[in-house]
Design a protein around this ligand. Structure first.
Ligand code: DC
Length: 208
């Protein structure tokens, strides 16, 4: 059983994916963390973000069991991750690791941008989780402020929209709704409602 959850930045797909995985007893991989981990390693060593060979070599040393969400959630790491995510060779290497994770029994929930389209095109269920840019910016700003990080709604929204545009425009593995994905717009939902809606979608696919 493989559940693919794609969507733009701050759409709530990560929280949803974790809860869905726990509910169905599956393992979970936030694939954004794999791009972030490579970006963080490059930044830490002062290496250029555009050097594909270096990025690929860094990806080969990734250990999926040790991706530290707290460290990798930093804003500048997300920006750098989105920039290196255009490198086709790097994507190929990370997709290989992500597929290997998905294939292990009893299956998994993977969330990202290209799970339903590239990483797991044969996933049992595909969800595309989204919300309006204003609502995503509102949630992200509140999250940052709760951590004591200074942030204004306007700059956060401009930032999210720039990142979405870059993620949707790249030629390899862009942010895209798979033809057979179920669209879940959470603009008007709290996390509990979104979780229940997602479980219903998965249960319905199973009932068929
Ligand atoms: O979901 P996130 O914010 O942690 O992702 C960070 C960046 O990583 C995102 O802007 C683009 C890239 N990414 C990707 O290209 N493909 C994925 N499946 C997941 C993330």
């Amino acid at each position: 059983m493989i559940i693919a959850i794609d969507g733009p930045a701050a759409s709530g797909k990560g929280t949803l994916a974790r809860r869905i995985a726990a509910h169905f007893g599956l393992r979970h991989l936030d694939t954004g963390l794999t791009y972030r981990a490579v970006a963080a390693a490059l930044l830490a060593r002062g290496l250029p973000l555009g050097d594909e060979a270096v990025a690929v070599a860094t990806a080969r040393n990734l250990d999926l069991a040790h991706l530290d969400r707290d460290v990798l959630s930093a804003h500048e790491i997300g920006e750098a991750a989105s920039r290196i995510a255009v490198l086709p060779g790097l994507r190929q290497e990370l997709v290989r690791l992500q597929r290997a994770f998905a294939m292990e029994p009893p299956g998994a929930v993977l969330d990202g941008r290209d799970i339903g389209t590239v990483v797991c095109p044969d996933a049992t269920v595909k969800l595309f989780c989204t919300a309006s840019a204003q609502e995503r910016a509102r949630r992200r700003t509140a999250e940052l402020q709760s951590k004591g990080v200074e942030a204004t709604l306007e700059t956060v929204q401009a930032d999210l929209e720039r990142r979405d545009a870059r993620d949707a425009a790249r030629t390899v593995g862009p942010l895209k709704l798979a033809d057979d994905a179920h669209l879940l717009d959470t603009s008007e939902m709290d996390i509990e409602t979104a979780f229940k809606a997602a479980v219903d979608i998965v249960d319905n696919v199973y009932a068929r």
